[in-house]
Design a binder for this molecule. Structure first.
Ligand code: SF4
Ligand code: SF4
Length: 98
């Protein structure tokens, strides 16, 4: 699920990346992949700013303002109707934040 285009606060510093792969393991939306022993962003707009990657990257290669994704849920609930909700449980609601 994509969110609003070009609004995520996700920042990646490849020069700090050791290629440990932890971000790939923890990201629920497949934002990172490992290529040639470095992480790469597959599609920044997939990021829902949960903060799992930055909390688990021991090398400071990722920054994100976690929690902002909930603002996206509020906006989406206005656009599409329904209560702002998190779809971490797999409901895939358009008004979900993650
Ligand atoms: S967790 Fe950090 S150091 Fe490890 S692959 Fe991801 S960005 Fe690179
Ligand atoms: S903040 Fe969450 S969704 Fe975004 S890249 Fe990090 S782990 Fe993935």
């Amino acid at each position: 699920m994509k969110y609003l285009a070009n609004v995520t606060t996700l920042e990646f510093s490849p020069e700090k990346c050791t290629g440990c792969g932890r971000c790939v393991e923890v990201c629920p939306h497949g934002v990172f992949e490992i290529n040639e022993k470095k992480a790469h962003i597959t599609d920044k707009d997939l990021c829902m700013e949960c903060g799992a990657c930055t909390n688990n990257c021991e090398f400071g290669a990722i920054k994100v303002n976690s929690g902002v994704g909930c603002a996206s849920a509020v906006i989406n609930s206005i656009l599409y109707g329904g209560e702002p909700a998190c779809d971490c449980n797999g409901t895939d609601s358009k008004s979900a934040c993650c």
